[in-house]
Design a protein around this ligand. Structure first.
Ligand SMILES: Nc1nc2c(ncn2[C@@H]2O[C@H](COP(=O)(O)OP(=O)(O)O)[C@@H](O)[C@H]2O)c(=O)[nH]1
Ligand SMILES: [Mg+2]
Length: 415
């Protein structure tokens, strides 16, 4: 519970007269007739040093959904209402406890599917990303101030070097850093949204074996009978900390069997929607070495069988002997946007941020393109101010209601 009445409602439902702040207190909560609903812990975080910045009460029960519902009913009677999705975090933003990109990081921490994603979310929660945006905004403010100064004193002669220096400064201290930030978006977004990878290839080349190996367990049926896999089978795993949904498919071939035909159709559909496609060939069967396939990664499997010379784009592996699989992971991670970033402090992890940064860039560049004569200075200043507002919306500065609604609609309830 969060809000000015949280404490008094807690006292009514638990019959506690008082509670020590930030100390777990064993208590019971009661229904309307005074019957005990459950026994558990009560915690009180007084304003302003709480998550939301308001008085916050936590009641920790045994977790039976039925008893929890009964407790909620009682709390509603006493004046509570269910929180909107993300409302606790929203209040934290509105009360100035955290800025908006930190609030988004809370959602990311909850959603993180891999340790690497979790670490990235935590950095954002600690405000590293927000601070960087803040620095860019400050630099931008300084540069806009230069332009405005010229506008305010039109009678002053503008030195010839002025435009050149200004645009150089803008490029180096604002535009280039934003471009650099944007280049991290493919990885950053993948870390949280995950990637879909499809395995395709002729029947019997080892597609299902590959899925099982990457999954670390026998998920797909492997056999030497071509046409064993007939449906699309998916497993979740991770490469270099990037969550991946891997789809094993039916072997691509013409078949009279109606079910297998449908399997091939589904295989093609899965490949179309994938972020990356792994095409598998069989080293002992040159008829499977189809280099014209639309794929991102070409694997030559079963190199344990023959010592063949094959087209250079193929990565040699033997799933049976587990050789070459590390190289496959590296290539796959790279394909999914991974770059060996020494410092992952600054990744763009959300589509909202990417869109804003792109918009910011286009305003900055529009301003740059008009930065050669005095009569268009006004327009440059306008574009750059627009860029500043864009950046501000990452942190929640600007049309706050609109931005908050958009961000918190993605939250789960109760956070
Ligand atoms: N020698 C050898 N056999 C393999 C290798 N990988 C898979 N196989 C065998 O190839 C056959 C077909 O494998 P499977 O994964 O079902 O192929 P799929 O039809 O492409 O899914 C099975 O008998 C596997 O044991 C490998 O690296 N070396
Ligand atoms: Mg198969």
């Amino acid at each position: 519970m969060s809000g000015p009445q949280a404490l008094s409602i807690m006292k009514q439902v638990t019959m506690l007269d008082d509670i020590t702040p930030r100390t777990a207190t064993l208590t019971r909560w009661l229904d309307r007739t005074g019957d005990v609903l459950d026994e558990g812990l009560a915690l009180f975080f007084p304003a302003p040093h709480s998550y939301t910045g308001e008085d916050v009460i936590e009641l920790q029960g045994h977790g039976s959904p039925v008893l929890l519902r009964a407790l909620l009913e009682r709390l509603y009677e006493l004046g509570c209402r269910p929180a909107e999705p993300g409302e606790f975090t929203r209040r934290a933003v509105e009360n100035g406890n955290i800025e908006l990109s930190q609030a988004e990081a809370v959602a990311a921490c909850i959603d993180a599917a891999t340790v690497r994603a979790g670490k990235q979310a935590l950095r954002q929660l600690q405000g590293v990303f927000g601070q960087h945006i803040n620095t860019l905004m400050q630099r931008l403010t300084g540069l806009v101030a230069h332009v405005e100064a010229c506008l305010d004193f039109p009678e002053e002669e503008i030195p010839a070097l002025f435009f050149e220096q200004l645009s150089e400064n803008m490029q180096e201290t604002v535009i280039t850093p934003i471009e650099k930030l944007l280049s991290t978006a493919p990885l950053g977004e993948r870390l949280f949204e995950g990637a879909v990878v499809a395995i395709i290839g002729a029947p019997n080349v080892g597609k299902s074996s590959l899925l099982n190996t990457l999954a670390g367990r026998d998920r797909a049926i492997v056999s030497n009978i071509p046409g064993t896999t007939r449906d699309v089978l998916e497993i979740d795993f991770e490469v270099h900390g990037i969550p991946v949904r891997l789809a094993d498919t039916a072997g691509l071939r013409t078949s009279d069997d109606a079910i297998e035909q449908e399997g091939v159709r589904r295989a093609e559909a899965a490949a179309e929607q994938a972020d990356a496609i792994i095409f598998v060939a069989d080293a002992s069967r040159p008829d499977t070495w189809d280099t014209s396939r639309n794929a991102n990664i070409f694997l030559m499997n079963k190199v344990d069988l023959v010592d063949a010379v094959f087209p250079p784009q193929f990565i040699p592996v033997s799933i049976k002997q587990k050789t070459g699989l590390e190289q496959l992971s590296d290539v796959l991670a790279k394909q999914l946007g991974d770059m060996s970033l020494a410092d992952e402090g600054l990744l763009v992890t959300r589509e909202r941020h990417r869109t804003i940064l792109l918009e910011t860039l286009s305003h900055l560049q529009a301003g740059m393109s008009m930065l050669h004569s005095e009569d268009q200075l006004e327009l440059t200043a306008m574009e750059w101010r627009a860029a500043w507002s864009q950046l501000g919306s990452i942190l929640g500065i600007g049309d706050i209601e609109y931005i908050l609604d958009r961000v918190f609609s993605e939250f789960c309830i109760g956070k």
